[in-house]
Design a protein around this ligand. Sequence first.
Ligand code: F6P
Length: 544
Amino acid sequence: MPIQNLYFQKLPVYESLVREAKRMGQPQFHLKNLLSNKNRWQDFSRRQAGILLDFTRQRLDKTVMDLLFQMASDLNVLQRFRSTVQGQVANLTEKRPALHTAARDFSDTRLLYKDMNVTAELAKIRNQIKRFASEVRSGQIKGSTGKAFRHVVVIGIGGSHLGSEFVATALAPFSDGKTSIHFLANVDIHNFGLIASEIDPEATLWVIISKSFTTVETLSNANLVSTWMESLGLDPARHMVTVTSKGSPGDDPDRPVLATFHMFDFIGGRYSVTSAVGGVPLSLYLGYDIFERFLKGAHDMDSHAAGASEEDNLPLIAALTTFWNTSFLGYQQQAVIPYCTLLSRLPAHIQQLNMESNGKTATADGRLLEQPAGVVIFGEPGTNAQHSFFQLAHQGRPFPIDFIGILRPFYAEYSNLYQGVTNHQELWANMLAQATALAVGQPNPEDPARHFPGNRPSSLIILESLQPEDLGRLLAFYEARTIMEGYLWGINPFDQFGVQLGKTVAGKIREKIALKNSNPDRQIDYQDPLVRVHLQRLLDSRPD
Ligand code: F6P
């Protein structure tokens, strides 16, 4: 198999950036010195599309930034992003466009794909969601025993779960408190058991979300729920809706449910929260109008990402900092630390969005890479993260951080002062302190245990507030940034073949377990002794 350097490594600007990375490693370019430059703020901050990006604490200067812009331009990153939004085939391995941006385009732009006017079709589905959510929320559509629906449970995993959970958590202050939302993602019975103990089944609407309708966890859970509902004397069909691809096994008129909403192959799971995947559960939970406001914010950021010049383009600048940190400065990890409890599920969503998109070992045109692409993403809300893994952030292996701050919180009525400041001000003091302390450090040659090396990069991403529009902008910022990172690395950010092998192996193990279940006396003949030893303990409860 031909092994390939990443395409960007062949460009002349690559060698210049390699040289600059060496220069940035010299002590005089420590962040504490870079930060004392009087133009630092003007040069390395941008306020666009409702978001302020402060990248003053990244380990770069104007020379580096100019070379990075040069690289983006040599690789046509923005042009490729624009073509993607316009419906060109961006997912090369699967030969289809990637049109999640069309899900929040309220214009009458005609985008044709396989004889379908994509924007018109997606608008039709939004109307279907609006009508259905309003009928459920007003009590016009009821459960099989006549009770109004008060609980919504999403059955779905990965892209059919994480986006809606992140948004539902972030927009919880907009809930009227009449409908609760739960997420049954894991095939782990504890997930179901806990939800079952919290809901009234007669007043529960199950939203089964699966693009393929072949995902075993989702089908296993849907089956479990049906059986459970029947055992309670309830008609599962009158308590279920599906969100799935047209013609999938879940889009079966012979197995009716209350409603079916379609998703399409041109929107990947991890990019799908602004389609029916997020639309159905979020509109049931919060009302359609809140969902639409969220979409409009996402569209604002899409317009910025596709329209702004390189120098002002927030997703591009953020993508370039990741690219610089990973491919030139050698950082393999990146943390996402929202200083906002409402964004507690953002890191989990970005993990899938970014790592499933860019964790690749082949170029977009099908050649094996010398070094795999992608970056390891993790995160927790601040200040909690400070009391958890920030020891390592300050003194152990360094990793770049996205600090996310919200200027105006909800609940401003609770403005108690402690040590002269409100809770929200204390939160901000901590976020700013962490970014500064990581960058500047504090040398202590006498006492290595108390030595802070500093020079640890981070960016601040600041939102005005957490209105649905702000959240939409934040989501679309991370989506566009992820795609632009993929275009810089020369990989396809829209496929995910890497998840298949584990599924196939699980299938083989499942077959053995099913055989044993059907005949408990059967000896398992699984060839791999290291798997067999565990299965024996699981199935026979045999001591070692
Ligand atoms: O296993 C990964 C994956 O294919 C994701 O890409 C996807 O979001 C998730 O599984 C769920 O897939 P589906 O919506 O088809 O059930």
